[in-house]
Design a protein around this ligand. Structure first.
Ligand code: OGA
Ligand code: MN
Length: 296
């Protein structure tokens, strides 16, 4: 019995049914999930009941896993000594210590850890406890963000890079060891091409990391701000997004190479606990698509 794939919107996202992640999946099932993922950018698998070992096992079928970025990146910590690949995303405080990162705050649109030279290819988030309201997670389609730009803008972007800020967390806090950016031309963080060729689908996506402190080297600050504002607005407009309301036992995997995400805030009196893994990526690049000669 194979899996079935159910698209969740016209923008991106598909639900995979017919899979129990507490089992070791066979290669055909993994391939089918992978193919659906490349087509739909974000996958949802509901009603799961898995432990950290099973989450690590499932995630690692799609690539090697990064270790949890203890403290530095998201203020999260590893959940157990055995599973360094698990990061906890939570607002819960135990014995005066946060058990995970991101708290209950809004997290603005971002690509995970894009300030790194080799940012993660993908992230997998599994829900253990969910507040009654709030904390929804939204995704936007960065292929479409590119495809819906005017031709002349697409052409201009081919040669541009952007600096991806390393100083702020996705909830806007200053990361340990960084100073607040005063001049965006000096923002610390990786420089990546604004157009990105997806290494597996070979499609072109727009690649934005975080709006705050971003800068396009070679342009004046004014030009850079105007261009980035336009690109961000086009990418995150409602018709290019899909929002997920979580239930306990949901697993979502998203592809950071062609989708950005954000999260709504929620009441801090409620508890939200997610366990997360991250699939290692490589250096973003842009290779112009080969032009197929058209008949004269
Ligand atoms: C993340 C993230 C969103 C959420 O884990 O990278 O942005 O819904 N999480 O908690
Ligand atoms: Mn994130």
């Amino acid at each position: 019995m194979g899996i079935t794939v159910h698209p969740l919107s016209d923008v991106l996202g598909a639900e995979i049914k017919g899979v129990d992640l507490s089992n070791i999946l066979d290669d055909v099932t993994v391939r089918d999930i992978h193919d659906a993922w490349m087509e739909h950018l974000v996958l949802l698998i509901r009603g799961q009941s898995i432990d950290d070992r099973q989450l690590v096992e499932f995630s690692s079928r799609f690539g090697s896993l990064d270790g949890a970025p203890i403290g530095s990146e998201r203020g999260g910590k590893v959940s157990t000594d055995e599973h360094n690949e698990i990061t906890v995303i939570s607002n819960v405080i135990e014995d005066g210590q946060p058990i995970g990162g991101l708290g209950n705050l809004e997290s603005d649109w971002h690509t995970d850890m894009s300030s790194y030279d080799e940012p993660p290819a993908a992230s997998v988030l599994y829900s253990l406890e969910i507040p009654p309201t709030g904390g929804d997670t939204s995704f936007c389609n960065m292929y479409r963000a590119y495809e819906t730009l005017p031709r002349e803008v697409q052409a201009k972007l081919q040669d541009l890079k952007a600096i991806h800020d390393a100083t702020l967390t996705s909830t806007g806090g200053l990361r340990h060891g960084f100073e607040a950016v005063k001049d965006v031309t000096q923002t610390p963080g990786a420089r990546h091409p604004i157009l990105r060729t997806h290494p597996e689908t070979e499609r072109t996506a727009l690649f934005l990391g975080r709006r705050t402190n971003a800068y396009v080297p070679g342009l004046s600050v004014e030009e850079s701000e105007a261009l980035l504002d336009m690109l961000w607005e086009n990418s995150t407009k409602a018709e290019n997004t899909w929002t997920h309301t979580w239930q306990v036992g949901d697993l979502i995997m998203w592809d950071n190479r062609c989708a950005m995400h954000r999260r709504d805030p929620f009441d801090n009196a409620a508890r939200r606990i997610m366990h997360r893994t991250q699939i290692t990526g490589d250096q973003p690049f842009y290779k112009p698509p080969e032009v197929t000669p058209t008949a004269a």
